[in-house]
Design a binder for this molecule. Structure first.
Ligand SMILES: [Zn+2]
Length: 158
């Protein structure tokens, strides 16, 4: 996963650095590979880890502000949007979140970008409800990143 960031928000820059730190941590890759399976996909965690490591096109993270009241209502729960394999749009209205949580969002969206780079595969989530999200590759891998950064991975927590 080859990420770069173009942001004016220091917190997003710091979150990007934490996300890079996770990508350089062997524990992160072992954690993905040791998951038994992800929901809503036929691709195994081991294969997904390999795709995340080896898919090397440049993904650019940019600032994004939903414009107008309607968009702000529509995207009020949206931390970021990834509509192509090349660009991750970070919602600047969500910059109050913890740096580690924003780093988790960057990893989550990175999984979407790599998914989109392989149209014949599919390892996203279904909509944005609990049922369609649970144990999917983007959510599970984003959460692993957060737990590793917080130092809680491997401790007795779900
Ligand atoms: Zn997502």
């Amino acid at each position: 996963m080859n990420l770069q960031i173009k942001t004016t928000i220091p917190k997003f820059q710091q979150a990007f650095e934490r996300a890079q730190e996770v990508l350089d941590n062997p524990m992160f890759w072992e954690a993905i590979e040791s998951e038994p399976k992800f929901e809503h996909t036929k691709v195994s965690p081991r294969e997904i880890a390999k795709l995340l490591k080896e898919t090397n096109h440049l993904i650019t993270i940019i600032d994004w502000k939903p414009l107008g009241l309607q968009a702000q209502i529509r995207y009020r729960k949206t931390n970021a949007l990834t509509e192509s394999k090349d660009v991750i749009k970070m919602n600047v209205l969500k910059d109050y979140r913890e740096i580690i949580d924003i780093a988790g969002t960057i990893i989550h969206e990175g999984v979407h970008a790599i998914d989109q780079a392989h149209p014949y595969l599919n390892f996203g989530h279904k909509g944005n409800k609990e049922k369609g999200n649970k144990n999917t590759a983007p959510y599970c891998i984003g959460n692993l990143a957060i737990r590793i950064l917080k130092g809680t991975y491997g401790l007795n927590n779900p």
